[in-house]
Design a protein around this ligand. Structure first.
Ligand code: BG6
Length: 509
């Protein structure tokens, strides 16, 4: 029996080495190979939410209006004109949220603060004590439950007054954001180990001000995303430096930013032009923010070159703004880890004339990449493609491009059409994506230190509102009590956390 186990162990080692050889060249080849593995004790497992999506109480206790309140109330943007006015009612039902976290055995819980609850009018800077107390009570209780709070300062819900004052184009917002961050660090810093300055600035800038699909619904794809991203990067650096100089010695937390990105794979990996297109797409997406912060304080050369050439100006100027040398020094290195939101993968090839003509002039056209999918990939009920090996691919991209910075996956998950409690396909999705993460850590030596499911419970999924269900817990939105009910995936995830991954049944048997 002992010999048999040794033999099995040996085969696993040999197979892993082979797998490693194949997958470091192209993650696609590992698609079907399940890999048993357990992550270290200190690897953190969590679930994620965001203020506008769960809190409700949109105008209670001194909270001011934000751009998502305005966007939903305006009508015409959200399915069935639903709003986040009540949603999961976590402002009142936060104790129920902590019960669910305990049931699963989460190590950390990621959520966001509502700026307009804490500083309702950032132009005066007056702090709303009721808002501060709400979060103080909540964070204290999370901590007492033995769960590490992971706090996002900004998850898309800009106070409306700042939008009206010139939005991210008015640089006084940097000081106003710094003040808000200062309030959060000073009032909650003793309880918080993980901070995130921004959630997905790509979505804020591109979908809010480029396509206009998200609040505030502005459509200026050629200019505003670049201008606003520029300010957001400065805001991020300002908050990180504030923590570093004023709070780090006292609280010893970690501050970073969460970037969303697909994995960009060449359509045909033996074509150098497709490989180059994949690199370019990644530099336009994750690199837009990551290159300044994690590399050298500036945008990548390829992004600078392509935006300039597509600006097509007579004086050689570019729609992509320029950082001064002082900016670059200020921005470079403003991270303690890498927050990654990852859901799906795209295939890349150089754009052709027909494709260039089909995309709006601006950000999408500037990158000159045609993004497609493999039609054989399975789809989620809401149409997102399920490509587990992309998780391994993007983690390796971060390892090679950003100096193997410690990564926390801050979001990953799947929707279901009706919030069914028997959500086997969500289990399959999470199992396959987590497995690729385990391969990235144990085989490729990617420095991943945490993983977070999107989302703890069904909530207000932006323009899809409550019609899109992504939770580990079902929420009955017709019930005034908003009861949270565990889906099968919640109990499955509990097991994964307790086991620290997928222990090999042969080795433990
Ligand atoms: C992320 C956001 O983009 O993905 C979350 O940070 C969001 O707030 C989640 O709800 C799901 O997104 P989508 O686009 O699939 O609805």
């Amino acid at each position: 029996m002992l010999h048999f186990k040794r033999l099995v162990l040996l085969s696993i080692v040999v197979l892993s080495a082979l797998l490693c050889f194949v997958t470091t060249t192209d993650q696609r080849n590992s698609t079907n190979a399940f890999y048993y593995g357990v992550l270290p004790e200190n690897f953190t497992w969590g679930a994620s939410t965001a203020a506008y999506q769960i809190e409700g109480a949109w105008n209670e206790d001194g909270k001011s209006e934000n751009i998502w309140d305005r966007f939903c109330h305006e009508g015409g943007h959200i399915v069935m004109n639903l709003t986040g006015d009540v949603t999961c009612d976590s402002y009142h039902k936060w104790r129920d949220d902590i019960t669910t976290m305990n049931e699963i055995g989460l190590k950390h819980y990621r959520f966001s603060l509502s700026w307009s609850r804490i500083v309702p009018d950032p132009t005066t800077g007056v702090v709303n004590e009721a808002g501060v107390n709400f979060y103080l009570n909540f964070i204290t209780a999370v901590k007492q439950a033995g769960i590490e709070p992971m706090v996002t300062l900004f998850h898309w819900d800009l106070p409306q007054i700042l939008e009206d004052n010139g939005s991210w184009g008015n640089e006084t917002i940097i000081k106003q954001y710094q003040h808000y961050a200062d309030v959060a660090f000073s009032r909650f810093g003793h309880l918080v180990k993980y901070w995130l300055t921004f959630n997905e600035p790509w979505v804020t800038t591109w979908m809010g001000y480029g396509t206009g699909q998200y609040a505030p619904g502005t459509k200026q794809p050629a200019t505003l995303p670049y201008l606003y991203a520029h300010t957001i990067i400065k805001c991020h650096a300002t908050a990180w430096r504030l923590y570093d100089t004023t709070y780090r010695a006292r609280f010893n937390g970690m501050v970073s930013i969460t970037l969303n990105t697909n994995f960009y794979a060449p359509k045909n990996s033996s074509k150098p032009e497709d490989v180059e297109a994949a690199e370019r797409a990644a530099q336009f997406m994750v690199g837009w923010f990551a290159h300044p912060i994690y590399v050298d304080g500036d945008y990548s050369q390829v992004m600078k070159d392509y935006v300039r050439r597509n600006t097509n100006s007579t004086d050689g100027s570019s729609r992509l703004p320029t950082f001064t040398d002082t900016d670059k020094l200020f921005i470079k290195g403003t991270f303690d880890y890498f927050g990654l939101n990852h859901y799906t993968t795209s295939l890349c090839e150089p754009s052709d004339a027909a494709h260039q003509a089909s995309v709006p002039k601006g950000y999408l056209g500037d990158m000159e990449v045609k993004l497609t999918v493999d039609p054989t990939w399975p789809k989620s009920p809401s149409g997102s493609y399920i490509v587990p090996w992309g998780m391994r691919g993007i983690l390796n991209f971060i390892r090679t491009h950003y100096n193997n910075t410690p990564v926390i996956v801050t979001e990953n998950g799947l929707s279901d059409p009706n919030g069914t409690l028997n959500d086997q396909f969500r289990i399959q999705y999470l199992r396959s994506y987590i497995d690729e993460l385990i391969k990235a850590v144990l085989i490729d030596k990617c420095n991943v230190i945490g993983y977070t499911v999107w989302t703890l419970m069904d909530n207000f999924e932006w323009t899809s509102a409550i019609t899109k269900k992504m939770g580990l817990y079902y929420v009955d939105f017709d019930d005034p009590q908003r009861r949270r009910v565990a889906k099968q995936s919640a109990m499955w995830y509990k097991r994964v956390i307790a086991d620290r991954g997928f222990p090999d049944p042969v080795l433990i048997g």
